[in-house]
Write a protein that binds this ligand. Sequence first.
Ligand code: MBD
Ligand code: FE
Length: 305
Amino acid sequence: MAEYTPSELLALVNASQVSAGDERVRAITARIVADLFRTIEAFQVTPNEFWSTMQWLTRLGQADMVGLITAGLGFDRLLDILEEEADQAAARAQGTPRAIEGPLYVAGAPSAQREVRLDEGNEGKGEVLVMEGRVLDLDGKPVPHASVDVWHCNELGRYSHFDPAQPDYNLRRRIETDADGNYRFRSFLPPGYAIPPDSPVSELFALLGRHGNRPAHIHFLVSGGGKRALTTQVNIPGDTFLDDDFAFATRDGLIVSLEKVERSTEYASLGVTGPFTHVRFDFVLQDALNDAEAVAASRYAAATA
Ligand code: MBD
Ligand code: FE
């Protein structure tokens, strides 16, 4: 019926239309398809290479690992950088720096007021950690009854929910700060994270000659008082991957200081008297420009709201 050159085919694909559709989706799709056509031509990608890649994408989705690849190829950090550039242009780049959510957040963790043991059921694993601080606004005023969602990996570097060996919400909690914005929790210093071996993600990383390690970190989703919700992570100092994170997500302002405490009676309600590692860290929230900014939602929930 019709014979096309590659560029004629591309023009036809991108021009094809029977209803309005969505202009933005049409334009972005057209660009991506054009870039892929060109890539296939430029590298003389073979049918076997193309179809094995499509099969890899299918396996990636089936393994629920799309979010690992986006992090590993820098997209998550890119989105943060662009948001920050927009903040800077609007003269609102202040407060605690954001850091990527990553693909391993789970909403609905058990909540507690002011303090909690994150490590319930994990006694004796790792070095005892007590982390505490306040949620503040840009003026340094406390945000009362703020919500601090916290999650980290287990002693093997794996996250509950994504690891069938762990109980539901293991090492995941939500803390409501007291009237002075205070939160505190007991847990253990988590190790770093590594992408699962023998997975679609590790296959690509092997072909790229890349490692898939993240330095030790703890995730937070902080909100309250109508302030702008903050998604961030803190890093534990001394990790060899601090400046070589496979997800490019570590930041200068987010490396906490560790204080070794031999004995203290201050944390008896958390079952700790010492020795333990103490971390103090305040979360400083920006003002929200609208209601949507104030809502603490995971990236998927926020995107589909
Ligand atoms: C993680 O634990 C993580 O925090 C990110 C961003 C990506 C993969 C695993
Ligand atoms: Fe993580």
